[in-house]
Design a protein around this ligand. Structure first.
Ligand SMILES: Nc1ncnc2c1ncn2[C@@H]1O[C@H](COP(=O)(O)OP(=O)(O)OP(=O)(O)O)[C@@H](O)[C@H]1O
Ligand SMILES: [Mg+2]
Length: 264
């Protein structure tokens, strides 16, 4: 039997109004790997995440998480199976504190009844303590950037880069088996981008996370990826090491050429 991948997509297709956004896509991620998805704007990268996480059902194809199909599950069920994501456009609760933002994603897992929670009965209090502890543990991963005094401040007081870090902390708090990061370095300056690349490496080395990441910054992609998958118009046009993919003529034409033209 072929080896089992942690995440395995086969023949995945998704169209919107007759426009194919993903076509017959095969992709896998093994435990402990960092796989990057690249491709020009509109290539279907975010759609890929939306289909994996159950925001949209695929028109065709299979999605296996550790050998079990997750097709047809609701997004919260996919999260419970161990798939967490961040969003290209941030979805924080800006008026809640930093700590509360990370706590909020965990409430779906609590066992206490509304009655137990309202009257702060022992089980509800125990769960609350555990949720708080877990939130603080995840925030501690970001060291000086999201240090203790910030945990009680509203999320709107954070810099844009710290908001992106907070989004990652929220994804971590669901204790996923795989983290899907949608352009974690978007909108960051070069030094913040460099830090994010280091952070992603640390998530794998120390956090033992498996990561599928969409990223536009080629320095980040080069620095972090075990494998790179390039999409164009919903089709996989190349896959392999960074060097293999970055020098693939189809990728150069579809993506790198385009980026060069943009930065001129
Ligand atoms: N809900 C939707 N309804 C209709 N079309 C959609 C929907 N979601 C995505 N699309 C289309 O699918 C295509 C791929 O979009 P997607 O957001 O996946 O691209 P992307 O690779 O993430 O691009 P970017 O780099 O700009 O984030 C686009 O043509 C987009 O307009
Ligand atoms: Mg996108």
């Amino acid at each position: 039997m072929a080896e089992r991948h942690l995440l395995e997509l086969t023949g995945l297709s998704k169209s919107f109004g007759g426009l194919a956004c993903l076509s017959d896509l095969d992709l896998h991620v093994d435990e402990g790997e960092i796989v990057s998805v690249i491709g020009p704007n509109g290539a279907g990268k975010t759609t890929l995440f939306n289909v994996i996480t159950g925001v949209y059902g695929p028109d065709d194809g299979e999605i296996l998480l550790d050998g079990e199909s997750i097709v047809g599950l609701e997004p919260h069920q996919v999260t419970n199976r161990g798939v967490a994501r961040t969003f290209q456009t941030l979805r924080l609760f800006l008026n809640m504190t930093v700590r509360e933002n990370v706590m909020a994603v965990q409430y779906g897992e609590t066992k206490a009844t509304v009655f137990e929670s309202m009257f702060r009965l022992p089980r509800a209090r125990r769960e609350e303590r555990e949720i708080r502890r877990r939130a603080e543990e995840k925030l501690s991963f970001f060291g000086q950037r999201l240090v203790g005094y910030r945990w009680d401040q509203p999320a709107y007081s954070l810099s844009y880069a710290n908001r992106r870090r907070l989004e990652i902390a929220r994804a971590m708090a669901t204790e996923p088996r795989i983290l899907l990061l949608d352009e974690p370095a978007a909108g960051m300056n070069p030094s913040e981008t460099h830090e994010i690349a280091e952070l992603i490496g640390k998530l794998r080395e120390e956090g033992k996370y498996t990561i599928l990441v969409i990223e536009h910054d080629m320095h980040v992609v080069e620095g972090i990826s075990d494998r790179v998958v390039a999409l164009d118009h919903g089709v996989k046009i190349a896959e392999g090491s960074f060097d293999e993919v970055a020098t693939d003529p189809r990728v150069v034409e579809a993506y790198l050429g385009l980026r060069k033209a943009e930065t001129k």
